[in-house]
Design a protein around this ligand. Structure first.
Ligand code: NAD
Length: 489
């Protein structure tokens, strides 16, 4: 039997083709693309490059599974049982899947094993429990009518996901869709297709009927665009950049699809002088540097109260100095590479812009090592609200620290962005905590904590950070249609 170390070093690459109607097939065009190990810049393998033809077949398979296969008529408890089984199979292969995720994405194995995988399993189990609890209502109306609502699956769901949490995003999308009884056509991100495809294999092994889940790996404008424009896809759930969401909204308008969006952020993380400063410093460090800074909810605008600013910055610098960068498959590593060359280049451009616009780089600011897309944990102080590094989503390990003096001011400045995904407040004053939690315009506000995620708690954005919510009961609503039925008594 392989030891854990061997499994970590050599996850097997098994699924690289399209998964359509229960079959693993090459792309209709015969084309493939490389997926790269971001820690070494070496090609891991070639993956089928699906496009419109493959999406057409996948949508047909999903429609057929919904209307003619066993799925549409399946007892809801049985649907839930298959989802539990999928979660169990993922748990059985936890080490191997964590290693595969790390290989393809570059995230440290301690994170993929300690966070991504457990959250993935938990999300599938949470929604498995919902499968037989999707209720309608009875409604008293005027006249002699018995009126009630039913919640039906929205139909064929197109799901397009990013590369920063590849497996977890699969669970966030499949969980509510399967619980509601939908069928799925998913496109994983071109940077990180491997764990999504492996999950397809596990879904098949779990006994989820053919055609219920279809996966078309490929590129955004081709495979993704074909899903969005397809007349027989009822809904699109998308996680990614706001610029892409605008294209999807336009592309989906001809068929007036239901849309849910989980987009980017520039989240304010606000530290008052009365906070537990050690806890706040650790919170601020994790809020930004976790996952190499590639989190939609990263606490990338750190507001620190004037009277503790210098002391707090010193704490943060010393944490950056001891942060362990290196081989993401090493269990000691805390920070791996960025996902690809494009992200690396974008981040380094922001570092240059930060310097040019007059912020002070007090930590990092350079490439780490001589191969792989590693960026040192980087921090800018004396950042002004109007600088690019305080306004734009960098999606990398670059923290902007801003100074503030009073509560009204920091609420106003915290809200001065077109994003509204998350925010956090660090204080021991309960009144201040409640006030900020209420007045910050964000889908999630954490108080004296950060990055607390649970499948039961809805997540999503105000303003240009999204539309609709994922997770929790609200996440399920996005995959059902409410039907009103009225009977003359
Ligand atoms: P992206 O928008 O470039 O890509 C996301 C997905 O969309 C990929 O699968 C891509 O191939 C596809 N895509 C690209 N163009 C498309 C098109 N024209 N039509 C259809 N699909 C298309 O985003 P990214 O760079 O992969 O991911 C990073 C972004 O995702 C960040 O902005 C981040 O904040 C956001 N994000 C948000 C959340 C959240 O829950 N709010 C979670 C994770 C990531």
């Amino acid at each position: 039997m392989a030891t854990l170390t061997e499994t970590v070093k050599k996850p097997e690459i098994r699924q690289t083709q399209c998964f359509i109607g229960g079959n693993w097939t090459p792309a209709a065009s015969g084309k493939t693309f490389d997926t790269i190990n971001p820690a070494t810049e070496e090609v891991i393998t070639q993956v089928a490059e699906g496009d419109k033809k493959d999406v057409d077949l996948a949508v047909k398979a999903a429609r057929d599974a919904l209307e003619n296969g066993p799925w549409g008529k399946m007892d809801a408890r049985e649907r839930g049982r298959l989802m539990y089984r999928l979660a169990d199979l993922i748990e059985d292969e936890l080490d191997e899947l964590a290693a595969l995720e790390t290989l393809d994405n570059g995230k440290p194995i301690r994170d993929s094993r300690g966070a991504d995988l457990p959250l993935t399993i938990d999300c599938l189990r949470y929604y498995a429990g919902y499968a037989d609890k999707i209720h309608g209502q009875t409604i008293p109306v005027r006249g002699n009518y018995f009126t009630y609502t039913r919640r039906e699956p929205v139909g064929v769901a197109g799901q397009i996901i990013p590369w920063n949490f590849p497996m977890l995003m699969v669970a966030w999308k499949w969980g509510p869709a399967l619980a509601a009884g939908c069928t799925i056509v998913m496109k994983p991100a071109e940077q990180t297709p491997l764990t999504c495809l492996r999950m397809g294999r596990l879904a098949q092994k779990a006994g989820i009927p053919d055609g219920v889940i279809n996966i078309v790996p490929g590129f955004g404008p081709t495979a993704g665009g074909a899903i969005v424009k397809h007349p027989d896809v009822d809904k699109v759930a998308f996680t990614g950049e706001d610029a892409t969401a605008k294209i999807i909204m336009r592309d989906a308008s001809d068929t007036l699809k239901r849309l849910t969006f989980e987009l980017g952020g520039k989240s304010p993380n606000i530290v008052f002088a009365d906070a537990d400063l050690d806890a706040a410093a650790l919170g601020a460090h994790v809020a930004l540097y976790f996952n190499q800074g590639q989190c939609c909810c990263a606490g990338s605008r750190l507001f620190v109260e004037d009277k503790i600013y210098d002391k707090f910055v010193d704490k943060l610098i010393s944490m950056n100095e001891t942060r362990k960068l290196g081989d993401p498959l090493d269990p000691e590593t805390e920070q791996g590479p960025q996902v690809d060359q494009a992200q690396f280049d974008k981040i380094m451009r922001f570092v240059d812009i930060g310097r040019e616009q007059g912020a002070k780089c007090v930590s990092g600011g350079k490439r780490f090592g001589d191969r792989g897309f590693f960026v040192e944990p980087t921090m800018f102080t004396e950042v002004e609200d109007n600088m690019d590094i305080a306004q734009k989503e960098i999606f990398g390990p670059v923290l902007s620290v801003l100074r503030f003096k009073d509560t009204d001011e920091v609420i106003k400045r915290g809200n001065a962005t077109h994003f509204g995904l998350a925010a956090a407040v660090w204080t021991r004053d309960v009144n201040k905590a409640h006030r900020l939690a209420a007045e910050l315009k964000a889908g999630t506000v954490w108080v004296n904590c950060y990055d607390v995620f649970d499948a039961a708690a809805p997540f999503g954005g105000f303003k240009m950070s999204g539309m609709g919510r994922e997770l929790g009961e609200k996440g399920l609503d996005a995959y059902t249609e409410s039907k009103t039925q009225e009977l003359l008594e």
